[in-house]
Design a protein around this ligand. Structure first.
Ligand code: CA
Length: 225
């Protein structure tokens, strides 16, 4: 799972403390102190979340936020030194997901980071292994190819991909896909999985993402052969 957090902060000591706390919470933290480098880095590295200071050398946080929103839904937490600034920022509708005021406790930042990630991963998009799943549009793209999935196939793949490496039994998957308890047989899941795999193979030859574990069920894991 993508657990990279980008810290954009020109006060280097502060950035280092935040990075420490995030690493202790099992995130990978990367720090940038120059506003001009941020957008390009985000394009290339696709972090899971960005902590973005407002006042930066080169380019300010507001402008950076706008530019990132033009191509990415990555969660952004804006950090500002002035509490009165937050109202103004909210009014501008920059598309940030949360706001934190300095001085902050690093613990609080970690907690807000986790909360924003939970919220965003609960809906929106899953991005992993060249695969992007947009829950709002039910669109699945693998290595640039639209997989053209049915709603059921999308739900299945989304659920598996959101929990990489975790093994699900057929009844667990059925419950997830048909929450209204419609009667479906195990074979229904098998047949959806079969079609999904075919579409995945069609989009990216040599890439297997859904694995069956004999007698148990299915899991999502990247594997090239
Ligand atoms: Ca600053």
């Amino acid at each position: 799972m993508n657990n990279r957090v980008l810290i954009v902060e020109d006060e280097e000591r502060l950035a280092a403390i935040l990075a420490d706390y995030l690493r202790q919470a099992s995130f990978k933290a990367h720090c940038l102190n120059d506003g001009l480098k941020v957008v390009q880095w985000v394009r290339e590295e696709q972090p899971a979340l960005i902590l973005l200071d407002l006042m930066l050398p080169g380019k300010d946080g507001m402008q950076i936020c706008k530019e990132i929103r033009a191509f990415s839904d990555v969660p952004i937490i804006m950090i500002t030194a002035r509490v009165e600034e937050i109202d103004r920022l909210l009014g501008l509708e920059l598309g940030a997901d949360d706001y934190i005021c300095k001085p902050f406790s690093p613990r609080e930042v970690v907690a807000r980071t986790k909360a924003v990630l939970r919220r965003s991963q609960g809906q929106q998009t899953v991005q992993t292994e060249g695969l992007t799943l947009n829950e709002a549009t039910y669109r699945a793209v693998l290595d640039g190819h639209d997989l053209d999935l049915t709603a059921v196939e999308f739900k299945l793949l989304h659920y598996l991909a959101a929990n990489p490496g975790r093994l699900f039994s057929r009844p667990q998957l059925m419950e997830r896909i048909y929450p209204d308890q419609r009667i479906v047989s195990d074979r229904t899941i098998d047949s959806h999985i079969k079609k999904l795999r075919k579409k995945i193979a069609g989009a990216a030859a040599g890439q297997e993402l859904i694995h069956s574990v004999y007698g148990v069920g299915y899991k999502f894991e990247s594997c090239h052969y």
